[in-house]
Design a protein around this ligand. Sequence first.
Ligand SMILES: C[S@@+](CC[C@H](N)C(=O)[O-])C[C@H]1O[C@@H](n2cnc3c(N)ncnc32)[C@H](O)[C@@H]1O
Length: 287
Amino acid sequence: MPESEQTMFMRSNGISAEGTRDQYADGKAAKVWEIFIGDKKSRTKNYCDFLVNLLRNRGCRRILDVACGTGVDSIMLVEEGFEVVSCDASDKMLKYALKERWERRKDSKFDNWVIEEANWLTLYDDMREYLQGGFDAVICLGNSFAHMLDNDGDQNQQKQAIRNFERCLKPGGLLLIDHRNYDTICNGGSAPSKSIYYNSQHMTDIKTSVLYVGGKPNIVTLDYLISTDEGISEFRLSYYPHQLEVFKKILKEIFGYGCYHEIFGDFKEINSNDTPAFYIHVIEKSK
Ligand SMILES: C[S@@+](CC[C@H](N)C(=O)[O-])C[C@H]1O[C@@H](n2cnc3c(N)ncnc32)[C@H](O)[C@@H]1O
């Protein structure tokens, strides 16, 4: 295993003290995010069938993308004819989504695309004017939710955020939310530099560090290195390592124990792959 893919169990520098800090504020990650994602069509191919078919089969029409970032998922959904409202806490990331909307504004689908700045902790209030009885689906994809750290050690802010996602759904609406396979990462694995979401043709390395607090994994820091035509770009992002069983329990607590909840591994049946890079949860709000 190359040194760059090894997991180091150590304290990382520069970890934020606040769970809601905008980790993209220095613009470094935002600048190369689309390069990191790689060929958008191939990203689309990886999960277009899954996402679009699932949303269409469930009759979802109005979608709230709560972590739109540079807009990659939202753009795909707008192109596919969904009515999309997108938000994100980072103006540095939103800048790229807003630029795309502006450039494609002559297409009415893009002219109608709503993009707002919003934080998950205040999401319900931030998005109130767009709720119209609740969205058919809320999506939070691309390992976004793990950006919310757990500074108080009780996961209360994370629960508040998921509660807000639930409140933005209509009865019977779906939440699609994912996280990396942190069970494997915290058991000595590492974050793969290529995955269902990130497929850059440029040389990409990810160094994985795990910070333990009280004997439990508390923060996973990924140091990204991407070689672009303009040189080497480096940025660091910190994540809360959601473990599958705990995350399942939190979702059930908020949505109710009897609700429909299905988990996919890299967009496939969970049993078809022992160690997927990502888990994707699909959970339904009670009718
Ligand atoms: C890894 S990016 C993913 C963006 C996009 N979904 C993708 O896959 O390319 C994560 C996004 O989550 C956003 N985010 C993190 N914490 C947030 C919060 N508390 N409220 C709203 N957005 C947040 C970040 O600003 C960032 O744009």
